[in-house]
Design a protein around this ligand. Structure first.
Ligand code: KG4
Ligand code: ZN
Length: 344
């Protein structure tokens, strides 16, 4: 078997991604191109992603992103051997744009089409940077749309959700807290920066679902967000200054504490020695710092891909596509549909 070129198309939220991965005869993977066009600035003034705006932006950005990826990889469209596309989960209209484009390319080229799971793609992204995963590992997936703990026993065959958020996603909590602190959207980066000047122990914000009777691996961030809002309101009502950096740092500490504590507990309980953290919130400096400390103490190998691979992109979709091709999985065919609520 010779090398194969896998094209990955991503359009589940506000990033239009086209990535190309070379799958070697030995199963090795090389990232050749990863082109992302984001519509985040168009959503900023609304404080969150507007589905109609996202769909339209995908339609405009899809073909130019594809062309740039092919150019960057220095390959012709005709050389592509298989096409992978996000079939879900995600925004319904946004998914339709990517899947329609992928079908058109697959039909024109007469090449197999793989509808893939966006969440599996986030985990697969790490293999582009750090190589194959061990037989069993745990993945903590934290972004604006998802907060999940996944037991991965084969990227192409067995990914099981063992925990998830019961309300807001971790990134969503960052975005909402940023809004109430008058910081720009998306809120993760400005809170991360501001928190560096504050004290994470200044305010004891609640750690959701950490009581003895609570679900061991589930998360809840909505109470934390409300608690930050109430704390700020009380200060303002008393005419006192709000120590913004301390609020940001203490909120961030609460998020990082719960995420890392639950992930490490799951690793211990399930006898897993590798933890992968991915998704936009994995770019958070306190989360990766605290995870590194706690994993080192627990003898767990921590893998966090670079921020560019953590946020939504086409390379991660090409990567999971390449894992499916390598495993000899059945292609989806041109009748592929989208599923906005696709479970992992
Ligand atoms: O993975 P992603 O790009 O898109 C989704 O699938 O949602 O994640 C975006 C989320 C946003 O909520 C953003 O505020 C958050 O990731 N984020 C961060 C940081 N950078 C991005 N959260 C905390 N700290 C950061 N440095
Ligand atoms: Zn995502």
């Amino acid at each position: 078997m010779t090398d194969r070129l896998i094209l990955g198309i991503e359009s589940s939220c506000d990033e239009t991604g086209a990535g190309i991965v070379r799958l070697g005869a030995d199963g090795g993977m090389e990232l050749l191109a990863d082109e992302v066009a984001s519509s985040v600035e168009q959503h900023a003034r609304f404080g969150g992603v507007v589905p109609e705006v996202a769909s339209r932006a995908h339609l405009e950005a899809m073909v130019p992103s594809m062309r740039r990826a092919l150019e960057k990889a220095d390959v012709d469209l005709a050389q592509i051997d298989a096409i992978a596309v996000t079939a879900g989960p995600g925004l319904a209209g946004a998914l339709l744009v990517g899947v329609s484009a992928a079908k058109a390319y697959a039909a024109a080229l007469n090449k197999p089409l793989y509808g893939v799971n966006h969440l599996a793609g986030h985990v697969a992204a790490d293999t582009l940077q750090h190589g194959p995963l061990p037989e069993r590992c745990l993945a903590l997936l934290v972004s604006g749309g998802h907060s999940q703990l996944l037991l991965v026993e084969g990227l192409a065959s067995s990914i099981t959700e063992i925990g998830s958020t019961v309300d807001d996603a971790a990134g969503e909590a960052y975005d909402k807290v940023a809004r109430l602190l008058d910081l720009p959207y998306p809120g993760g980066p400005p809170i991360d920066r501001l928190a560096k000047q504050g004290n994470g122990c200044a305010i004891a914000f609640p750690r959701g679902l950490t009581g003895p009777r609570d679900a061991k691996y589930d998360f809840s961030f909505s109470g934390l967000k409300t608690s930050v809002a109430r704390w700020v309101e009380r200060r303002e009502a008393a005419g006192e200054e709000v120590p913004l950096a301390d609020v940001a740092a203490s909120f961030q500490e609460a998020v990082a504490d719960v995420l890392t504590a639950k992930a490490i507990r799951a690793c211990r309980d399930l006898d897993v020695d590798t933890l992968v953290i991915s998704g936009g919130v994995a770019a958070n400096s306190r989360l990766s710092g605290l995870a590194a400390e706690r994993c080192a103490d627990a003898g767990i190998t921590l893998r966090v891909p670079s921020p560019r691979l953590c946020t939504d992109n086409g390379a991660m979709i090409a990567a999971i596509g390449a894992h499916l091709v390598a495993a000899g999985a059945q292609p989806s065919g041109l009748s592929l549909s989208t599923n906005p609520g696709l479970p992992v």
